[in-house]
Design a protein around this ligand. Structure first.
Ligand code: DC
Length: 226
């Protein structure tokens, strides 16, 4: 059997799955697609247009209407790619606290999930891909050749996220970071549609005591073993 051509990586917020996905895709020459940016872009569109986050019908309509594109990086400012919302560069805006605080709320809506899942499946059909998210192995690509679930305790994830913020020179409050992650974990894991959980055939990597290079090595072992 050849190498897996569709690789799903799921896991909770700040588990390191995006970094792993980007490195693995680069090593294999595959497309890297981080599905979280789509949910973030819809959230930003709602905030920018004054659409009530809790108005399910209006958010669903917005999700079906907006055009979200991911393109090669246009600036050398630490980004891996550009995220475009109706043509506007929103690469950094989608990482703001306001988006962090509301993205899990809009991710529970069926119409939002359907619109995003359709686009993600199309991308997976057209490319050799490493796709990262919450429901890739369970819903978006249930037939993926390899499924990895990257896990870590909420304390370790909060510590890493907190340190990243300090390293970027940002103000950071550990308890606030921890609280925000716990809140997102709760919503992402308990929603009715496509909750965060490992697929039955996913391989779980527990990363509490592993650095990113060790996680990458483990993932590569899985890729070459399949
Ligand atoms: O991976 P991230 O932190 O950028 O994801 C942001 C939010 O988007 C996450 O809290 C839930 C939602 N999401 C989702 O519901 N399904 C996905 N496949 C990816 C993200």
């Amino acid at each position: 059997m050849g190498l897996p051509t569709t690789i799903a990586i799921d896991g909770p917020a700040a588990s390191g799955k995006s970094t792993l996905g980007a490195l693995l895709a680069e090593a294999l020459g595959y497309l890297y697609f981080d599905t979280g940016v789509m949910y973030r872009a819809v959230t930003l569109a709602a905030l920018q247009n004054g659409v009530d986050i809790f108005d399910e019908a209006a958010i669903g309509e917005l999700a079906e209407k907006v055009r979200i594109d991911v393109a090669p990086p246009s600036a050398d400012d630490g980004r891996d790619y550009d995220v475009l919302l109706d043509g506007q560069d929103v690469t950094w805006e989608i990482r703001s606290d306001a988006v962090n605080d509301h993205v899990s709320d809009i991710s529970v809506y069926a119409r939002v999930r359907n619109a995003m899942t359709d686009q993600q499946r199309r991308i997976a059909l057209e490319n050799k891909v490493v796709m990262v998210g919450r429901d890739i192995g369970t819903v978006v690509m249930p037939d993926a050749d390899l499924k990895i679930y990257l896990d870590a305790s909420v304390e370790v994830r909060a510590q890493r996220r907190y340190q990243e913020m300090l390293d970027r020179g940002e103000q950071a409050d550990f308890e606030a970071v921890l609280g925000s992650l716990k809140n997102r974990d709760h919503i992402d894991s308990n929603r009715e549609i496509a909750p965060l959980k490992p697929a039955e055939d996913a391989i779980v990597i527990q990363a509490d005591c592993l650095g990113i290079q060790q996680v990458l090595e483990k993932a590569k072992e899985l890729v070459y073993r399949v």
